[in-house]
Design a protein around this ligand. Sequence first.
Ligand code: PMP
Length: 407
Amino acid sequence: SADVVPQAPEDPLFGLMAAYRADNDKNKVDLGIGAYRGDDAKPWVLPVVKKAEEILRNDPNINHEYLPIAGLPDFTSASQKVILGADSSAIQEKRITSLQTISGTGAVHLGALFLTKFYNTSSQKYSIYLSAPTWANHNQIMSNVNLPTTTYPYFSANTKGLDFDGMLSALQEAPEKSIILLHACAHNPTGVDPTDEQWKEIAKVMKQRHLFPFFDCAYQGFASGDLNRDAWAIRYFIDQGFELCIAQSYAKNFGLYGERAGCFHFIAAPNDGAETAKRVGSQLAILQRSEISNPPAYGARIASLVLNDPKLFAEWEANLKTMSGRIMDMRHALRSKLEEMETPGSWKHITEQIGMFSFTGLNEKQVAKLKEESHVYMTKNGRISMAGLNTRNIDYFAKAVDKVVRD
Ligand code: PMP
């Protein structure tokens, strides 16, 4: 009977959101959820998305029929070009197969399910290596599909930067053919990314050890403001001839969070080619059919309109610069305010980290105090969403941090 079902704990992040909403203090600050906010602290519908919505509203051919199992073809093919570059050899050689998914989460899930079924066998089970720390949902997704997980060192608490030596030696010691989950850019939760030179070394070790890269790309264009820059690591790995897969999300870079637009891509090695991609695609379609039948249409239609129209695409790039630029401004402002007040410690990492999140280095006690005394909400690990800061609350936040650090 259902009596045996134990009560599960609340999702920590969504619990934090509820606590924030229930707080009536006028100075309260929400630095929990990873969603972009404008300087007015409100969600921002990208102007280019508004334009696309208008076009869709006026299109007499739009209806509510099912999309194909693999999704909207114009959307998946344009997504390949966004992530790999329009001139990618993998696209030209048709070594790629792509399915539209339930945003990035669905793409990670579909990839994990596929790897459990077809990469692992009854006699040989490879683990997927997750960075320590990583997006908490990675663990749950892997465990749901019985893909065994291990971790590799990633964040150095001392430098608040990358533990590059720790990461490399874990990769060197990983059993051959292990799966390695890599954040393509704007690592969540730390905001710490390898440099290009470090990516090259990571690729070298992974090649030597025959490790299988699984890129999770949730912030392309949102991190640096440049779509190509943020896809650099993925494209480098493809140039090195890896067989790999990619989970691509349009939640952040299009502000399409609730519309669930994303893609899963499998790229076959150059010597395997189109035939492998085709076979893999046929199995992915069966998995997709049994899980969701077919993906949701609205977000993919919006993204597809923008991605396939050069003028709208250029406007999207400008919108990306607005979002990433505001976040970088907030990083600089926060760092200089803390430095001006001579808040104990180094705050360089605030501007060295990139993307939606910053790992501040504040500890659990300080985080709890910030909530109790100053109505500032952030996750226990000291992660703040940079998008929650704005010109009106940044002084207040910096002073609150200064106070808990000195206490
Ligand atoms: N991966 C990472 C690392 C993320 O930070 C996110 C967004 N929080 C996702 C995947 C997927 O998000 P979504 O399903 O909303 O696209």
